[in-house]
Write a protein that binds this ligand. Sequence first.
Ligand code: SF4
Length: 377
Amino acid sequence: MTQTAGLYIHIPFCERKCGYCDFYSITHLELVDAFVDALIQEIQLRGRWGADYRFQTVFLGGGTPSLLLPEQLHRILGGLREQFPILRDAEITIEANPGTLSREKLRAFRQLGINRLSLGAQSLHAAELRFLGRRHTAEEVMHNVSLAREAGFENINLDLMTAFPGQTLDSFRHTLEQAVQLHPAHLSCYTLIFEPGTPFYHRMKTGELPPVPEEKEVQFYQEARRFLEERGYRQYEISNFARDKAYICRHNCIYWNYHPYLGLGPSAHSFDGKQRWANIRSVSSYIQHLKAGRLPVDFQESLTPEQQMFEYIYLHLRLRNGLDLAAFRQRFGMDLTSRYRGTIHRLLSEGLIEPPNGHLKLTDKGWLLADTIATYF
Ligand code: SF4
């Protein structure tokens, strides 16, 4: 039986590293051509992997995929279409940084079949953009959104960041107001995390950047929900809001619904339902492996049924629709509410879940503690 799946392509290049970011990327743009050759080789080596799947999504993430030339993206997408059964109406997303886009580039992206644009705006406040080390201005975000519309993009996402040092509820509201005026189809609001190894983490450890207290983080989160829901954006996942069902990010739903995905490119992760593996991070090693005809896999693990169950629950609880109990029974051959009777009773009595009625769903109070609640299972 064919299964729903997604393709993730990691483009590991940025013009400059942002101090908070721990996604793997390098600034040696002279390696882009060799990387694209290696990626095409990886696509060919992995070709047979797709035989049992129907790929509903392709996500060009990074890094900054919009740094690539349309010809390079043409080779990549052409290679993917040759090797994998990608649905005709697949969602094809490209992540872009404002400032790396032009009218011509956006038109070329549309012609390549890319139908979703995810812009890393982060803030629409000049001082905050400088603090975050972003190269673009708020005006460039606005200009890029209008160029993207002209080029035919309807499905535009803006990534925003919350709870970073110096941000206030007022400045965040200002960003949200400006963002909503652009009428994007989708908004993601992510809390800043001080990831080990990043310059921000180091500055936090030395006391230069004090993290925002948890109560304040919650206020940012609640403000995003209130503000966006009042303006017609439905929160369908903890950090994600869509103006219409049609704009819910299908690719991220592949992850949250625990469907298989194949990740290609340095540091990309893959999952086939039972096993997970990751590619090596270094671009040069990645290129060397593929030149030698070897898959650039760094590690691989088999997940026990208990691990699969935990991850399944953890991911589904992030969704507003929660976890479908019948689908759980079908996948794991057991009734979740019977197996976790004590946990369910405790969560109900603390007002953290709604009474199970076909689905297991967190309450508003539960959503604030989603990660902790998952560990009770
Ligand atoms: S936030 Fe985006 S642009 Fe900045 S370093 Fe990370 S991937 Fe690159």
